[in-house]
Write a protein that binds this ligand. Sequence first.
Ligand code: AMP
Ligand code: ZN
Length: 470
Amino acid sequence: MDKIRLYNTMTRRIEDFVPINEGEVGMYCCGPTVYNYAHIGNLRTYIFEDLLHRSLVRAGYRLKHVMNITDVGHLTGDGDDGEDKMAKSAKESGRSVWDIAAFYTDAFFRDEKDLNIIRPDIVCKATDHIPQMIDIIKRLEEGGHTYISGGNVYFSIDTIDDYGKLARLNLDELKEGARIAVDSNKRNAKDFVLWFTNSKFKDQVMVWDSPWGRGYPGWHIECSAMSSEYLGPHFDIHCGGIDAIPVHHTNEIAQSEAAFGVKPWVDYWCHGEFLLNDKGKMSKSSGEFLTLSVLKEKGYDALDYRYFCLTGHYRSQLKFSFESLDQARSARLTLMRKLAEYRKAGSPADKLSDKASGYLDAFDEAMANDLKAPQALSVLWQALRDDGLDGAQKLALALVMDSILGLDLDRAGEEAGQDDIPSEALELLAQRTQARKAKDWAKADGIRAQLAAMGFKVVDTPQGAHLERL
Ligand code: AMP
Ligand code: ZN
C-alpha cells in the first residue's frame, strides 16, 4: 500500500492517511441537490473527489465510495430558513418534485460521465432513507439532544460540549448569535431542524409519517443516515466543498457523534476550494453560472474543463475564464497529438524503463502528497519532452498516469477524426487569444487570416472567442 498524505480540515494539517481497517477505505461525499443543473463550480468539487478516488485505488486500497443525492429538505438558507430548493424549483417549472429530481439527477450523471468522473460505488437518494433518518432522530431524542418547538424537532447544540470544532466556530459569537435567531422556535441560533412537521411549507409534497407527525427531514440528517447505512458509524474520509464546513458538516458531526457515541465520527475531512468567476464564488443563487452544456455548445470538450481543473490544486481557489479554458484546451490537444504520433509509430512499451519509472514515481509522489495535480501534470510534460525516452516509453507512461488524470489519453489518435473542428484550428485560436492578450494585433490578424484560409471564422463574444465554419 503506497502512502497517501491528506490535508485534514479537522486538524488543519497534512497527515499520513491511516485507514481504520488495513487496506480498506470508506469515503462519503456530499452529492448534488437535484433542483437545477450542476454548475462547473460544483463539478470542480466532484473532479477533486474523483482524483482522491483514483489516487486511493492506485495506492492499492479497496475503496467504498458513497455519494448521496439530496432530493428533499435542502432549504435555500443554511439556517433552516428560506424555501425547500426542490419544492421551489417544481413550483417555478410546473413539474412535480419527483420529475425535477429524476431530470436533474440524470443531467448530473451525464456531466459526470463526460468528465470521466468514476461513479461512486454507492449512489443513494435521501428520499429512500427516511426510516434510517427517523431512527437516528429517535436515538438523539432518547439521549436528550432534541426539543420540539413550533411543531419541528430541533437538535440542541448546548447538549454537546464541542459544537463547531470542524469550523473552529467561536462559542462567544455563537452565544451572541443566539439572541438573533432567525427562527424564533430555536433556543440557540445554531440549533438546527432534524424533522419538520408543522412548518411554514404547508404545500410540501414530499412528506412521511414519523413519531413526531407527518413531515419531512432537515437537510443534515440525511448524510448521517446514509453514511452510517453504508459505511458504519465510524469511517475514514468525508468530502465536500468548503462551504459545507461551517453549517452542514458541523451539524453532521454534532448529530452523528451524539447519536452513535463515537468520537471522532470521521477520521479525515477533505474539502475542495471554490471555482470563482469575475464576481467571486460561482453560485446558483447569483444566477451567473456556467454549465458543462454551455461549454460544450461553445465547442469545448468536457475534458478541456477537466484538464483546466487539473491545473489548480484542489485547496486553492481557481478563477475561471475562457482564456484559461482555451489554454487548457490547447495543452490537452497538444498532448493528444503528441501521443497520437507515438501511437502511429508503434505500440506502448510493455515495461517501463528505469528512467520512465523515475517519472512515474515523481508523478505518484505528487498525487500522494495531498493530490498535487498541477505538479503531477508537469511531470508528464517533462517526460514527454525528454529526448532520452522513446515514443513507446512515453506512451506507456502516459497511459499509466491517465488512471489518475482521466483524460482519455488512450483515445489519442481517434479524436482528430471525430472532432467537428480540427485541433490545429483550435490551437491557432488559442494562439490568437494569447496574441490579443499581449496586444500583438498584427499576429492576431495573421492568425485570423490563417483560420479563414482553413475555412473558419473567428467569433468574438464577451465570454471569449470561438470558431464557426465559413
Ligand atoms: P449543491 O448541489 O448546491 O449542494 O453543491 C454541490 C457541491 O458543490 C457542494 O459540495 C458544494 O460545496 C460545491 N460547490 C458549490 N459552489 C461551488 C464553487 N463555486 N466551486 C466549487 N465547489 C462548489
Ligand atoms: Zn452532506
